[in-house]
Structure formats: structure tokens, C-alpha cells
Design a protein around this ligand. Sequence first.
Ligand SMILES: Nc1nc2c(ncn2[C@@H]2O[C@H](COP(=O)(O)OP(=O)(O)OP(=O)(O)O)[C@@H](O)[C@H]2O)c(=O)[nH]1
Length: 307
Amino acid sequence: MSGPSWTERLFGGFRKTSERLTENLTAVVGTAKLDDATLDEVEDALIMSDLGPRAARRIRDKLAEKRFGLTLTERELKEAVAEEIAEILRPVAKPLEITAFPRPQVILVIGVNGSGKTTTIAKLAHLFQEDDYGVMLAAGDTFRAAAIGQLKVWADRIGVPIVTGPEGGDPASIVFDAVKLATDRGIDALVVDTAGRLQNKRELMDELAKIRRVLGRLNPEAPHDVVLVLDATNGQNALAQIDVFREVAGVTGLIMTKLDGTARGGVLVAAAEQYGLPIHAIGVGEKIDDLRPFDPDLVAKVIAGVA
Ligand SMILES: Nc1nc2c(ncn2[C@@H]2O[C@H](COP(=O)(O)OP(=O)(O)OP(=O)(O)O)[C@@H](O)[C@H]2O)c(=O)[nH]1
């Protein structure tokens, strides 16, 4: 028997956001036309659904601009909200593409422990493989032997080469070896795991800076991508993580995981509005093919309860 489809799981990841929003929107309609008081209620409903005050404000303003004074049915209001959410999400939906020349494209993956970083690296590698790219992994999280072991298990399972070092080894030297090997072998994408010790910001910053310096010596363009993995079940805390990692590592894009569980997926909209960072993909399960393209229109409809 097969389980729920990935889109069904996606509904799960946004359920908390969506239920709150749609309940509150339902309460709004039927009472009055879209005047200031109603718009206030819509804005509140959006804030309470984890979309954040900025996105809520923008959606309110757009609704006012386009539909002030109209009396909308419940469905029409939800569709209008979905459209404005989609407007926020569309510009940030950008798959991670392999374009680096010379190869390899070096993709640093960062994120706190437990965010789904290791699993996401394996899923990304699998996606690249499916597109016929040569992929290599580098186990740059040497802080814990388990992290190295776990990445190795994934590498063996999907059949990609991996460069590792001893526990406590120097991540920069592993990355250096990996880039050289990847260059020799004509690898297209080198995906690098990094330590996720956010509680020790200084050390993490130094470590990432050293990796950058070493990479820069081999290829001034590298790292080409610095992808932050965020756990959607963390809700608003995800925003705080973006703040810190932007400062520590210069994030170039996001992947949000665990959008299949009991996540507060609405935070994705808050992140899009606040940071405008590309969202490369979303994780909707623990299996290797559970990393999916980020579809802004579908996500917007799911959130607004009109999918
Ligand atoms: N439901 C669900 N679980 C996920 C998803 N992505 C990762 N996980 C699970 O989350 C847990 C943590 O994932 P890891 O990939 O080990 O996370 P990590 O950030 O590398 O964490 P450490 O190994 O502790 O550093 C694992 O049990 C994964 O199977 C997802 O999209 N959905």
C-alpha cells in the first residue's frame, strides 16, 4: 500500500497555517464589504498564521488597492489572498542550477543540527544525479563522528563518491582535497556538509571563513552557493536562524524541510517577504526523492485553503 502522495503531505505541512488562516478569514466574510475594519481583520488573520507582519501588511495593502469596497464571498477572499501570497513567493522560487564554469560548482550546505541537513544533501545529490550531473559529497562536519558516518551511509546508498576525514579533522582541508579530486574527475557538483553549531557562533564563523579562504585559492568563484537548510517545524525560529547564518555564512538560498509534518509552513512566506532569498526546494519527507521543487502557486493555494 502506498502512503499519501507528496502533495497530500504538503497539505499536512501547511495545515496549521492554513487552518488558522481560513478559520479567521471565514469569520471575516459574510459580515461586511472590504473596508478598513475588514482589512484589519484579514491582516490579523495573516499575522496569526505565521506569515509575519510584513507579508500581512503587504497583502492587506494589495487587497485594498485592488478590491476596496467590494463584497467578496469567502471563496473569493481566499482566492484573492492566495494570489497575493503567490505574488510574494514567485520571485523567490529558484531551483538550484548547475552552471559553474569551470566545474565543479561548490555548494556549501549549512544549518543547525537536526534541521535535516544531511538528508537534504543526499536528496540534492540524488536530484543532480537524475539530471545526469556528476556529484561528489564532502563531509565537512567533522565535529561529530556520527555526522560523517551518516553522510557516508547516504553516499553509499545513492552511489556517489564522498571525501571524509577523521572526527575533529580540519573541515577546510577536507574541502580542499574534495575540490581537487572533483576537478580531476570532472565532477559537476560538489556538495559540502558543514558543522551546525550555532551556539558557538564565533567558532562556526571562523570555520566557514577558513573554508571560504581555502576554496578561494582553488577557485575565486567558490563557494558558488551557500544553502541554508531550515526546519519548518521551528516556525518563527527559522527567521532568527536566517539572521544568524546570513551574518555568519553569507547565505545565498534556502531549502525548507519537514513541510510534510505538523509544520508551520507559513513562515516560508514571512521569510520570502523579509529576506527575498531564493527558495531552491522543499523537503516533504524522509525518503531520497522527497525533495521537491518549490511551487509558489500551489503553496499559496494550500495556505489560503483553495488548493
Ligand atoms: N518528515 C520529514 N523528516 C525529515 C525531512 N528531512 C529530514 N527529515 C528527518 O529529520 C531528521 C534529521 O535529519 P538529518 O538529515 O539527520 O539532520 P541534520 O541537520 O543533518 O542533523 P544532524 O545529523 O543531527 O546534524 C531525520 O530523522 C530525517 O529523516 C523532511 O523533509 N520531512
